[in-house]
Design a protein around this ligand. Structure first.
Ligand code: ZN
Length: 390
């Protein structure tokens, strides 16, 4: 298994490490950030722009593509790479996170411990989860086998075992029960993966166990004992930032560290520095492209207008007469030609170009950040680098 894949750590110091994940569609240098192209598109950004901003890997969501247009449709168009025109490494999740975040709350935030809302999840049993399609409201069943078949149809390089994403408000008894179910589902995912394996994909196992150290350790040991290519840390990471890293640390105990380690759904700059200090190799989050749609541009510490945010909001009136680029030292296409004043004007005029231009900057910003992190790891000056970006 995984003959066309490889993970090698090329430098490590303490828990910090720099590595390379090799896939049939190219290599991903780690630590790396994976950009979300939820519905087979990184919103408003073309594959050409992804390349131009030095993006190495993107992610699509099984839940959305399963609901519409369906994985068979995409398979018949030659698979996800060909369908969306992206020929680099690609990752799909199992669909579990979206189903359960919709089930236990209106948005993914609830899983991470922050919000609650309407239920879309109809029922869950050992077979799988029944939920309402976001597309047409029809009832759909996703099982571990189905999730893997869908991900095999889509054809991303890196795929994920199906799990139950336990929400933050669950008590320990339910969290344990749910973790055991996830483990059973992960075994079934592996069996299904092996049945259809043609060498073009590699699979991640997922660690659950909520905010409980003993459960996280057990889950890490279980996932490490199974023939997964890599490991993802999923589920709730607590209700605040300091708890987030405590929970990640719990999951790192008992983990096979020869495999790549992904932290699901986390993408704040300081969170990334905290994550790499614990040995995390890859991150993903909608944050950089989502804030762009609201005028939020990521900037290094010296360009911020508020100590509490890692971005500036170009809608604010203070940028109306600001003729400088988002970041004077950024090499992205937007910073080379557009001023903050122009972007401010475009936002006020509801021009689509603003959203695209800011998203291009944010994507390039994240790629510059990850590149700077990799460089600083080898030069053992991560703390100095952190003070520039945080
Ligand atoms: Zn820029």
């Amino acid at each position: 298994m995984y003959n066309n894949f490889e993970f090698s750590v090329i430098f490590s110091c303490g828990e910090h490490r720099r590595g390379v994940v090799t896939t049939p569609h190219g290599v991903v240098e780690t630590p790396a950030f994976i950009f979300c192209g939820t519905k087979a598109s990184v919103k408003g950004i073309s594959p050409h722009q992804l390349r131009e901003t030095k993006t190495s890997i993107i992610l699509s969501n099984t839940y959305h593509l399963f609901s519409h247009p369906g994985s068979e449709y995409i398979k018949n168009r030659g698979g996800l790479h060909k369908f969306m025109g992206w020929d680099g490494p690609m990752f799909t999740d199992s669909g579990g996170f979206q189903i359960f975040s919709l089930g236990h709350g209106s948005v993914a935030d609830e899983i991470k411990g922050r919000r609650s809302g309407q239920s879309m999840l109809s029922s869950i049993d050992d077979n799988g989860a029944t939920f309402k399609s976001y597309w047409d409201g029809s009832m759909q069943l996703l099982t571990p086998e189905k999730s893997i078949q869908v991900q095999q149809d889509l054809g991303a390089d890196l795929i994920v075992a199906f799990d139950e994403c336990t929400p933050f408000h669950s008590d320990k008894a339910y969290t344990e029960q749910s973790m055991e179910r996830s483990h059973r589902w992960e075994k079934r995912s592996l069996d299904e993966f092996i049945r259809g394996d043609d060498g073009s994909q590699a699979m991640y196992g997922i660690i659950q166990g909520g905010v409980h150290a003993d459960l996280r350790k057990r889950s890490a040991e279980f996932v490490s004992s199974q023939p997964f290519f890599a490991t993802a840390i999923g589920g709730t990471l607590g209700s605040h930032k300091s708890q987030m890293m405590e929970v990640v640390e719990m999951a790192m105990n008992g983990l096979d560290k020869s495999r790549p380690i992904h932290l699901l759904g986390i993408g704040g700059i300081s969170d990334i520095f905290n994550g790499i200090a614990l040995g995390i190799d890859t991150f993903d989050c909608v944050h950089p492209t989502r804030i762009a749609r609201h005028g939020g541009a990521l900037v290094k510490a010296k360009y911020r207008d508020s100590a509490s945010r890692e971005h500036i909001n170009l809608k604010r009136s203070q940028y109306k007469d600001d003729d400088s680029p988002i970041e004077p030292d950024c090499d992205c296409p937007s910073c080379r030609i557009f001023s903050r004043a122009y972007l401010h004007y475009l936002l006020k005029a509801n021009e689509l170009l603003a959203l695209q231009a800011i998203a291009v900057h944010n994507i390039r910003f994240m790629n510059r950040l990850m590149s700077a992190i990799r460089f600083s790891l080898e030069n053992q000056r991560v703390a100095e680098e952190r003070s520039i970006w945080c």
